[in-house]
Write a protein that binds this ligand. Structure first.
Ligand code: DQA
Length: 153
């Protein structure tokens, strides 16, 4: 398993406004920036022997395009759809195209917040959800996906 192409590929998608982490409501979302989180995810991937790709967009269609792109190239997906969690049938439909495990991650506990955040369009089509563990949620999701995917190789 030396060459990059033989490694398993995992994608992390960050939805709208998550590019503002660090500046955006730090009492809710924490002080780490998206770059901090992405760098640590890539380092964790190296330690686990897998490739971690990261993608952020503020645009629903761009997120749909990215999900379609990985249909046959990746072994797992972590997605924090941001506010699109609560509204996007398009992202939900795109996720239904995938036959790989998908973990939905939220930095905040969406069930402790405003009622409109309690509903996730994505939860019903994801493998599982982590909500409220801050940026640790991404790392736990990655460890889960790697463990799950390596168990079936
Ligand atoms: C979020 C929760 C969403 O309700 C919100 O719109 C976000 C971030 C979270 O990570 O806690 O943008 O997905």
């Amino acid at each position: 398993m030396d060459s990059l192409s033989e490694k398993q590929n995992f994608l992390v998608i960050h939805g709208p406004n998550l590019n503002m982490l660090g500046k955006r409501e730090p009492e809710v979302y924490g002080r780490a920036t998206l770059d901090d989180i992405n760098l640590s995810l890539k380092e964790t991937g190296k330690r686990l022997g897998v490739n971690v790709e990261v993608f952020q967009s503020n645009h629903e269609g761009a997120i749909v395009d990215k999900i379609q792109e990985i249909m046959s190239s990746h072994q797992g997906l972590i997605i924090n759809p941001g506010a699109y969690t609560h509204t996007s049938v398009a992202i939900r439909d795109a996720l239904l195209l995938l036959s790989i495990p998908v973990v939905e991650v939220h930095l905040s506990n969406i069930y402790k917040r405003e009622p409109f955040r309690h509903q996730s369009m994505v939860a019903g089509v994801a493998t599982g959800q982590i909500s409220g563990l801050g940026s640790d949620g991404y790392f736990l999701a990655l460890e889960y996906l790697v463990r799950r995917c390596q168990a079936v190789v």
